[in-house]
Design a protein. Structure first.
Length: 400
């Protein structure tokens, strides 16, 4: 697939250094680090058609194919109809029926002859973003594909990008993945009152260790150019106690030049971080010195092509069927990774704190295991190794 994209081609030869980030890269990294949603944005920052083309292809649409073009137009038409029907928005023809779908993104970025319609273009794209995700999740339930097979397709995509990074000698020490065990998912659900099964986003997860802290954002940027679009990062799921964007900008003169063109003041980043920490948005079971950048991204995969191949039909599908899998990415530098494995920060201590929370929730008014196992005959019932919680603490009664 030959795409003439200056910025993406440069990143293929090597990671884009932080000091070469423009407004677009800063805004995208900021959204991820803060765990924000693109629905709250006021404008996009695409600079030319090639950047828009690369973005559309990263969403796994191929604009040159009639079926993909038709699907994009269908989503656009539904978004326009929704705005007109629900809110009586007057959507101009330049936005509702652009000569090329790329034009919509450029208008939303304030580029081109129709840039005066930037605000309405942004609103339409926000609705399109929501419709695309809603339809994709519903489509996955209708597709005859097993969870294991779907996970394999996602892993294949992630591993292909990991191989690209290794082949270009990127500053990566480790890039490994696994699937959260059933026991771990049950423990996570029991540990937090607000959790439900549908909210366990990190069933499939990857850990990336970079050589230095300065390499974290270039690696993250690379992922958003080759694996998942920046706006596919799940809002409110980012845990960032590692990368301070205001500090980075203050230390990098080339970035400071872009600050006045960003959508909100940098002080919001600092205040927002402390507010999320107060509300335990950063994992409450981690040690006080634990530092990490953890995010959940909806990684897209084309299921129509896969199903056609397994059915032996070598043809272009009649309709693009793009599904998403929520995947956890934990990114940390080598020095921090070592620090995270000692003392209160260790995974062992993390699991101990999490398990203690689960045990306390489960044991209210019931029986709890003794701290130290009591030697009993093999034929004795398991219940004899436990004692009522009320007798031990005097507080965990059935009424508490």
């Amino acid at each position: 697939m030959a795409i003439q994209v200056q910025h993406v081609t440069a990143s293929m030869e090597g990671l884009l250094p932080v000091d070469r980030f423009g407004v677009r890269e800063l805004e995208e990294m900021r959204l991820i680090l803060r765990g924000d949603s693109v629905v709250d944005w006021r404008r996009l920052s695409f600079r030319d058609r090639d950047e828009v083309d690369a973005f559309i292809r990263l969403c796994l649409f191929r604009p040159e194919h009639p079926a993909d073009e038709a699907r994009l137009r269908e989503i656009l038409a539904e978004a326009v109809e929704y705005l007109r029907k629900e809110f009586r928005y007057r959507v101009t023809g330049a936005v509702a029926r652009p000569a090329e779908i790329h034009d919509l993104f450029l208008i939303a970025s304030g580029v081109g002859e129709h840039k005066k319609f930037r605000r309405i273009a942004c609103i339409v794209l926000k609705v399109m973003h929501t419709i695309f995700h809603t339809d994709s999740r519903e489509m996955l339930f209708r597709t005859p594909i097993s969870s294991a097979e779907f996970a394999t397709l996602i892993d294949r995509r992630v591993q292909a990008v990991a191989a690209q990074l290794r082949s270009m000698d990127a500053p990566i020490i480790d890039f490994v993945g696994n699937v959260k065990s059933r026991e771990s998912m049950i423990t996570k659900l029991l540990a937090k009152r607000e959790s439900v099964a549908a909210q366990i986003f990190d069933k499939v997860r990857y850990r990336i260790v970079t050589r230095s802290e300065a390499d974290i954002l270039p690696v993250l940027h690379y992922l958003t150019q080759h694996l998942f679009p920046f706006n596919f990062v799940v809002p409110a799921q980012t845990q960032n106690s590692l990368v301070s964007l205001p500090k980075l900008i203050a230390q990098t003169p080339s970035l400071a030049a872009h600050v006045n063109r960003m959508q909100s003041h940098l002080d919001d980043d600092v205040a927002g971080f402390h507010e999320r920490r107060r509300k335990h948005a950063i994992n409450e079971f981690s040690g006080q010195g634990y530092r990490v950048l953890n995010l959940i991204a909806d990684v897209p995969v084309r299921l129509d092509e896969h199903l056609c191949m397994i059915e032996g039909a070598r043809r272009i599908p009649a309709r693009p069927e793009i599904a998403f899998a929520p995947v956890e990415f934990q990114i940390v530098d080598e020095a921090t990774a070592r620090s995270n494995e000692v003392g209160e920060n260790s995974h062992e201590r993390y699991k101990r704190r999490q398990n203690l929370r689960v045990l306390r929730r489960l044991s209210r008014g019931l029986v709890v295991p003794r701290r130290r196992p009591v030697a009993v005959p093999d034929e004795e019932a398991p219940e004899s190794r436990e004692e009522p919680a009320a007798k031990k603490t005097g507080t965990d009664s059935a009424e508490s």
